[in-house]
Write a protein that binds this ligand. Structure first.
Ligand SMILES: Nc1ncnc2c1ncn2[C@@H]1O[C@H](COP(=O)(O)OP(=O)(O)OP(=O)(O)O)[C@@H](O)[C@H]1O
Ligand SMILES: [Mg+2]
Length: 141
C-alpha cells in the first residue's frame, strides 16, 4: 500500500533522511522509533507527501505521489492521507466540529453532509460532548 524508495532529505548540510526505503502493507501498523531529532517527523512528512524529498520516491496504492502535479497531489492527500500531528494545528476560531469538517469541505462535500460526517467521527472518539468547544477549551490529547 505504501512504498518508499531511497528517500533522501537534507536541510542545508544536514542529511536528515538518508536513503530510506520501506514497504507497508494494507492493514499493517508500523512504529518509527528513534531519539529526538533523528528525523521521524521529517520522514513521516515525506511519506505523507507534505514535504518533498531531495531524491527518492513514495508510492501510495501504486500512485507515485511526487510525480503528481501540485493540485492533484493536494487532492490525493485530502482523499487518502490522514495525519495526527505532534502539535495539533487546529484552527483556533473554529469549533472542534468545524475543525474536523474542514478537510471534508475542501474535498467538495456540502456543509450539512460534512458536519454530519465530522459529528460521527467525533462520536467515534468519545468527543460527543465537546463538538462546540474551541481548541483552546479542549485537552491536548
Ligand atoms: N525546516 C527545517 N529546517 C532545518 N532543519 C530542520 C527542519 N526541520 C527539521 N530539521 C532538523 O532535522 C532533524 C530532524 O527533525 P525531526 O523533526 O524530523 O525530528 P524527530 O525525530 O521528529 O524529533 P522529535 O522526536 O523531537 O519529534 C533535526 O535535527 C531538526 O533540527
Ligand atoms: Mg517529531
Amino acid at each position: 500500500m505504501l512504498s518508499a524508495d531511497k528517500l533522501i532529505k537534507k536541510y542545508s548540510s544536514l542529511t536528515v533522511v538518508n536513503d530510506v526505503s520501506l514497504n507497508v502493507a494494507k492493514g499493517e501498523i508500523v512504529s518509527i522509533i528513534g531519539p529526538s531529532g533523528a528525523g521521524k517527523s521529517t520522514l513521516l512528512h515525506l511519506l505523507g507527501a507534505l514535504d518533498k524529498p531531495d531524491s527518492g520516491s513514495v508510492r501510495i496504492n501504486d500512485i507515485d505521489v511526487f510525480q503528481l502535479a501540485s493540485k492533484k497531489q493536494a487532492r490525493f492527500r485530502n482523499k487518502h492521507i490522514g495525519f495526527v500531528f505532534q502539535f495539533h494545528h487546529l484552527l483556533p476560531e473554529f469549533s472542534a466540529l468545524e475543525n474536523v469538517a474542514v478537510p471534508l469541505w475542501i474535498s467538495g462535500k456540502g456543509r450539512k453532509e460534512a458536519l454530519a460526517e465530522a459529528s460521527e467521527m467525533l462520536n467515534t472518539v468519545g468527543l460527543e460532548l465537546r463538538k462546540d468547544n474551541k481548541p483552546s477549551e479542549l485537552s491536548g490529547g
